[in-house]
Design a protein around this ligand. Structure first.
Ligand code: IPE
Ligand code: IPE
Ligand code: MG
Length: 232
């Protein structure tokens, strides 16, 4: 039986952000790139809080890709320090109602960082909304990992669900919209499987300049789109 077409008014349950443009934001101000990441981290908190406030159930952010390891060590260190600050803050806010998951291969992170990532995931389990932070994340590697999981389970022929259920996002609906700031129009190895039918939204605004007002604009645009899923 062919699948019934999904109504075009699918509510925006899951929004994903490619948080790009931190470096350029800093350069335009004559500051080191690290300052751009610092400003970007503030934007991240504001945007996530706002999404929660307007009732979006799941937010995914692209924080660090597998390809980002090719950046200078000082820049990588500064990003990891910001991650550590985020973890400290998240542990200090037990009243938050967001379940946090890190998408990506955590095994590259050494202890104690890896332990803190896992501990935060455990501590926040069962909370009402979801924040996925893609960290050391690459979508192709994620798909390969998922296929290998199925092979290890002894499966010889895969269905779509066999792949979906072994992705890092297994327990989350697919993103309804993927927003990329910073002016580039590409996915940079982000949610290639999950984003098959995501609405794409590109804006020139650099991530540190992205505000709750910009989120509202993107959401408004989402509800103007007609999601046909191949139908009419
Ligand atoms: C995105 O901003 C943050 C990460 C990739 C970690 P960039 O650092 O890529 O900023 P631009 O694209 O160089 O301006
Ligand atoms: C994508 O931005 C990754 C993150 C936002 C974490 P990049 O700046 O790494 O992407 P490219 O290099 O422009 O494709
Ligand atoms: Mg970039």
């Amino acid at each position: 039986m062919p699948r019934k077409p999904t109504p075009q008014t699918t509510p925006l349950r899951h929004i994903a952000f490619i948080m790009d443009g931190n470096g350029r934001w800093a350069r335009r101000r004559g500051m080191p790139r690290e300052m751009g990441h610092r400003a970007g981290a503030k934007t991240f908190r504001r945007v996530v809080d706002h999404c929660d406030k307007i009732g979006i159930q799941a937010v995914t952010v692209y924080a660090f890709s597998t390809e980002n390891w090719s950046r200078p060590p000082e820049e990588i260190n500064s990003i990891m320090e910001l991650l550590s600050d985020f973890l400290t803050e998240a542990f200090d806010r037990p009243e938050d109602q967001v379940e946090i998951r890190f998408l990506g291969d955590k095994s590259v992170f050494e202890l104690p960082l890896r332990g803190r990532l896992e501990q935060l995931e455990q501590r926040t389990t069962g909370r009402k909304s979801r924040l996925n932070i893609a960290l050391n994340y690459g979508s192709r590697a994620e798909i390969v990992h998922s296929v290998n999981t199925a092979i290890k389970e002894g499966k010889r022929q895969l269905a779509e669900d066999d792949i979906s259920t072994a992705l890092y996002t297994a327990d989350c609906p697919d993103p309804d919209m993927i927003v990329r700031t910073g002016g580039d129009m590409r996915l940079s190895n982000f949610l290639l499987w999950q984003g098959a039918y995501a609405e794409l939204y590109f804006t020139d605004t650099l991530w540190p300049d992205f505000t709750p007002r910009h989120v509202d604009k993107a959401v408004k645009e989402y509800y103007r789109r007609h999601r046909r899923y191949g139908g009419l």
